[in-house]
Design a protein around this ligand. Structure first.
Ligand SMILES: C[S@@+](CC[C@H](N)C(=O)[O-])C[C@H]1O[C@@H](n2cnc3c(N)ncnc32)[C@H](O)[C@@H]1O
Length: 236
């Protein structure tokens, strides 16, 4: 189904600063059921080469979602994989909050649903199977959106789709909402200097980065952790 076999960004960076921060993140106590499932997903993802955001970025995403307090009840995730980041987001939700997460691969979506159920978060996460470009136009608005479908088939095919997804995502983000996008560095390609003709994927991510950085509706920054995490606050 995913027809672009790209290298997977490791869950945990070997950068000493990130190693230190990851160790602290690992020391934080989680509810026992959640902790068990998180560790299991990390192992499964490592063994099977399934890309997940890892402990440090998971904790960052969770913390940023928590900062929204009561204003982060409607959360949308693009790219569920097997449910790891959905669990970090669900854990950050206030009472009555809900994560809607979209995944193209039905097998991954089913595994995610199982992990999420076992972690005790089935009532707070809804997984929808399908293509974000087809499903998003029919969805509502959200307080927080985490976009983690970069580096897959669309971005390998047509560079314009990275920016198109940004446009579409923005139209579903509430004013005062927060947008997070993973893989802003595109596997390190955006900082690799002159590498000749960039791949379609790299060209797409570069263009999307320029568009988001210069969008006056957002206050935004790439947090240079792992493969780069965009954090953007929609001002209007
Ligand atoms: C990097 S993984 C998501 C990892 C997950 N957010 C985590 O950290 O636990 C990206 C996922 O997006 C899915 N995907 C790729 N293109 C998609 C699309 N157009 N619509 C929906 N899902 C897509 C892939 O099947 C893959 O499982």
């Amino acid at each position: 189904m995913i027809n672009t076999p790209l290298p997977i960004v490791p869950q945990d960076s070997t950068d000493p600063k990130e190693v230190f921060a990851t160790a602290l993140a690992r020391a934080v106590e989680l509810p026992p059921r959640l902790a068990t499932v998180m560790t299991e997903i990390e192992t499964v993802a490592n063994n099977e080469g399934i890309p997940v955001i890892g402990r440090l970025e998971g904790t960052i995403v969770q913390t940023l979602a928590t900062l929204r307090g009561e204003r982060a009840t409607r959360v949308l995730e693009l790219g569920t994989a097997i449910g790891y980041s959905a669990l970090w987001l669900a854990h950050a939700l206030p009472e009555g909050g809900k994560v809607t997460s979209i995944e193209l691969d039905p097998e991954r979506a089913a595994r995610a649903a199982d992990f999420i159920d076992r972690a005790g978060f089935a009532d707070r996460v809804e997984i929808i199977v399908g293509d974000v470009f087809e499903l998003l136009p029919n969805l509502g608005v959200y307080d927080l959106i985490f976009q983690d479908v970069m580096k897959h088939r669309y971005f390998g095919g047509d560079p314009a789709l990275a920016t198109e997804l940004l446009r579409l995502t923005k139209s579903h983000l509430e004013a005062d909402g927060v947008l997070m996008i993973d893989n802003a560095f595109c596997g390190g390609g955006v900082v690799a200097g002159d590498i000749g003709e960039p791949s379609n994927e790299l060209a797409g991510v570069r263009r999307m980065n320029e568009v988001l950085a210069s969008d006056p509706d957002f206050a935004s920054v790439i947090v240079p952790v792992r493969d780069g995490l965009w954090v953007a606050h929609r001002k209007s």
